[in-house]
Design a protein around this ligand. Structure first.
Ligand code: ZN
Length: 98
Protein backbone atom coordinates (compact mmCIF):
# COMPACT_ATOMS: atom_id res chain seq x y z
CA UNK A 1 0.00 0.00 0.00
CA UNK A 2 1.44 3.32 -1.08
CA UNK A 3 0.91 6.10 1.40
CA UNK A 4 -0.53 9.40 0.34
CA UNK A 5 2.73 11.28 0.47
CA UNK A 6 4.42 8.72 -1.72
CA UNK A 7 1.51 8.84 -4.17
CA UNK A 8 1.83 12.63 -4.33
CA UNK A 9 5.55 12.39 -4.89
CA UNK A 10 5.09 9.95 -7.75
CA UNK A 11 2.44 12.12 -9.30
CA UNK A 12 4.77 15.13 -9.17
CA UNK A 13 7.55 13.10 -10.77
CA UNK A 14 5.23 11.94 -13.52
CA UNK A 15 4.08 15.51 -14.17
CA UNK A 16 7.65 16.73 -14.37
CA UNK A 17 8.54 13.95 -16.81
CA UNK A 18 5.54 14.80 -18.98
CA UNK A 19 6.44 18.48 -18.99
CA UNK A 20 10.00 17.66 -20.01
CA UNK A 21 8.75 15.43 -22.81
CA UNK A 22 6.40 18.11 -24.05
CA UNK A 23 9.16 20.69 -23.95
CA UNK A 24 11.54 18.54 -25.95
CA UNK A 25 8.86 17.73 -28.51
CA UNK A 26 8.19 21.44 -28.88
CA UNK A 27 11.86 22.26 -29.11
CA UNK A 28 12.03 19.91 -32.10
CA UNK A 29 9.27 21.81 -33.90
CA UNK A 30 10.46 23.48 -37.09
CA UNK A 31 7.77 26.15 -36.78
CA UNK A 32 6.16 28.05 -33.94
CA UNK A 33 3.00 26.25 -32.88
CA UNK A 34 0.84 29.15 -34.04
CA UNK A 35 2.30 28.89 -37.52
CA UNK A 36 1.69 25.16 -37.50
CA UNK A 37 -1.95 25.72 -36.61
CA UNK A 38 -2.22 28.33 -39.37
CA UNK A 39 -0.85 25.69 -41.74
CA UNK A 40 -3.51 23.20 -40.64
CA UNK A 41 -6.20 25.86 -41.17
CA UNK A 42 -4.80 26.62 -44.59
CA UNK A 43 -4.83 22.92 -45.49
CA UNK A 44 -8.37 22.43 -44.24
CA UNK A 45 -9.56 25.15 -46.60
CA UNK A 46 -7.32 24.18 -49.48
CA UNK A 47 -8.25 20.49 -49.30
CA UNK A 48 -11.97 21.19 -49.71
CA UNK A 49 -11.43 20.15 -53.34
CA UNK A 50 -9.40 17.09 -52.39
CA UNK A 51 -5.74 16.22 -52.15
CA UNK A 52 -3.60 15.51 -55.21
CA UNK A 53 -1.20 13.57 -52.97
CA UNK A 54 1.54 16.10 -53.07
CA UNK A 55 2.62 18.72 -50.56
CA UNK A 56 1.46 21.44 -52.94
CA UNK A 57 -0.61 23.41 -50.44
CA UNK A 58 1.91 22.96 -47.67
CA UNK A 59 4.64 24.34 -49.93
CA UNK A 60 2.35 27.19 -50.96
CA UNK A 61 1.74 28.09 -47.35
CA UNK A 62 5.44 27.98 -46.45
CA UNK A 63 6.34 30.08 -49.49
CA UNK A 64 3.69 32.66 -48.60
CA UNK A 65 5.36 33.08 -45.22
CA UNK A 66 8.90 33.02 -46.49
CA UNK A 67 9.64 29.77 -44.63
CA UNK A 68 12.34 27.50 -46.04
CA UNK A 69 10.52 24.24 -46.99
CA UNK A 70 13.66 22.18 -46.39
CA UNK A 71 13.39 23.06 -42.73
CA UNK A 72 9.84 21.85 -42.42
CA UNK A 73 9.08 19.11 -44.95
CA UNK A 74 11.46 16.49 -43.50
CA UNK A 75 9.91 17.05 -40.10
CA UNK A 76 6.40 16.64 -41.53
CA UNK A 77 7.44 13.43 -43.29
CA UNK A 78 8.94 12.12 -40.11
CA UNK A 79 5.45 12.45 -38.63
CA UNK A 80 3.73 10.76 -41.57
CA UNK A 81 2.87 13.89 -43.51
CA UNK A 82 3.90 12.88 -47.04
CA UNK A 83 1.13 14.85 -48.72
CA UNK A 84 -1.27 17.62 -47.76
CA UNK A 85 -4.07 15.35 -46.53
CA UNK A 86 -1.62 13.26 -44.53
CA UNK A 87 -0.27 16.36 -42.87
CA UNK A 88 -3.78 16.99 -41.62
CA UNK A 89 -4.49 13.35 -40.82
CA UNK A 90 -1.19 12.38 -39.20
CA UNK A 91 0.46 15.52 -37.97
CA UNK A 92 -2.40 17.67 -36.79
CA UNK A 93 -3.57 15.16 -34.19
CA UNK A 94 -0.28 15.51 -32.33
CA UNK A 95 -0.49 19.28 -32.24
CA UNK A 96 -4.08 19.80 -31.32
CA UNK A 97 -4.88 23.30 -30.20
CA UNK A 98 -5.38 23.62 -26.47
ZN1 ZN B 1 -3.06 13.28 -49.79
Amino acid sequence: MVDRQEAERRKALRRAAEARQRASREAALPLPKKTLWALFDHLEDALADGCDHSLRFTRQFLASRGIEPDRVLPWLEEHGGYCDCEVLANVEEHWERP
